[in-house]
Design a protein around this ligand. Structure first.
Ligand code: MG
Length: 169
């Protein structure tokens, strides 16, 4: 078997955030943001940064493809510097680390009971393509529910899976 480094790399990213009401007593969620786009929702992600699970999963997919430290290692949730941070910063940093590689395509699945992402899916896709510096045709986002079962299905969490393919520039 050759030890030659291949010209393509695949990466997988996964993220989950608890969802909580935006106001009231008890744990509070941050306003719902997905792929950098704001959604109208009574609940939002609990998180140290802005809690954008889609951008976190995509960031980890890029870092994973290149066998680099993950998002939690690069941007620890114990660092006050990242409190409320716009997650676009994390993705931009991962893209810098991926210098010498280009994105072939990204495919992501957002699993969320409410709100439905369908109406804003194209907007999210467009924004992700902008951040990644690729054409919209290279970015795909699918919305699913969790069929009302388990924490995600009961609306208590959001889950995102992302797969990315990179090739050498
Ligand atoms: Mg996260």
């Amino acid at each position: 078997m050759s030890n030659q480094v291949p010209n393509i790399r695949i990466g997988h990213g996964y993220d989950l955030h608890r969802l909580a009401p935006l106001s009231g007593a008890g744990e509070r969620g941050r306003p719902m943001v997905l792929g950098g786009i704001r959604f109208v929702s009574e609940v939002g992600p609990v998180g140290h940064s802005d809690g954008d699970a889609l951008l976190h999963a995509v960031t980890d997919a890029i870092l994973g493809a290149l066998a680099l430290p993950d998002i939690g290692q690069l941007f620890p949730d114990t660092d006050p510097k990242w409190a409320g941070a716009n997650s676009e910063t994390f993705l931009a940093e991962a893209l810098k680390l991926a210098a010498g590689w280009k994105i072939v395509n990204l495919d992501a699945t957002v699993i969320l009971e409410k709100p439905k992402i369908g109406a804003k899916k194209e907007e999210v896709r467009k924004n992700l393509a902008r951040i990644l510096g690729v054409d919209q045709g290279q970015v795909n986002i699918k919305g699913k529910t969790h069929e009302r079962v388990d924490a995600v299905g009961e609306g208590r969490a959001i889950e995102v899976h992302a797969v990315i393919l990179l090739s050498r520039v």
